[in-house]
Design a protein around this ligand. Sequence first.
Ligand SMILES: [Zn+2]
Length: 298
Amino acid sequence: MREKAFGPVRFLPGPNKGKYPACHSVFVEGAGVLIDPASDRERLSALAGEGGVRLLLLSHWHEDHFAHWDLFRDVPVWLAEEDMPPLQNIEVFLDWYGMIWPGDERLRETWAEIIRRDFHYRKVTPDRPLQGGEVLSLGETTMEVIRAPGHTPGHLAFYFREQGVLFLGDYDLTAFGPYYGDPASSIEDTVSTVEALRRIPARVWMTGHGTGLFEEEPGGLWDRYLGVIGERDGKILEYVARPRTLEEILGQWFVYLKPREPLDFYRFTERAQIVKHLEKLTREGRVEREGERYVGVK
Ligand SMILES: [Zn+2]
């Protein structure tokens, strides 16, 4: 993947197609604004050496969007207020991932260590929250901050008006579909956010992972992306035609399709996302509880 600039707005690809634990970054030249500093560490290190980065913006609080911010220690960090709590206390960070169930203790400990060591977790007290609707003048471009809740409550997208570039963050249009596994994630908000982002009259689309740069309207990819939600609902509903426990449902791997390594991590995130579907299907009156079991409403 290659870097590409649209006026001062430069797409910085992450390694391995921006696959976790990396992401793609966006750099606004001149103004020195770097969004999501977790792409290629060497490239970001060179950027840090040039001294041109004056402000870090985070699309949201997840570690695969801040991993290399240790290269920019003295640079201020801005993000949405709703997403700040996990970056002020690592215990809150783990709580926000939902590692709060009985039996999660070991995963919680391992995860805290990884977040500190590999992602350079640090407490930030952002000196200024970013708000949806604000417009920042950044030299040759004007950047609109767009509230984009769902993946996280304070997720932001960024639209560069003059160049028509829209950075979608983790609404990444991949075949995997959207991720909404945190306690504070919302499937319904994800749907309305993606529909709203789709209506923005952009000419270039950038995402945090996967293809990363689209110079033509992504078209059917928007539908495929949101369609994953309905597909997962459908599989669950078919399976709970007979009453099933959560354990039985998780054993079907409806999200990840098969057990993956590291298993305890994937078990955890499979559960996190399936629980969100079960809650949504319950709200919609399509699933109900019978003691420990879930069953479809006929
Ligand atoms: Zn994320």
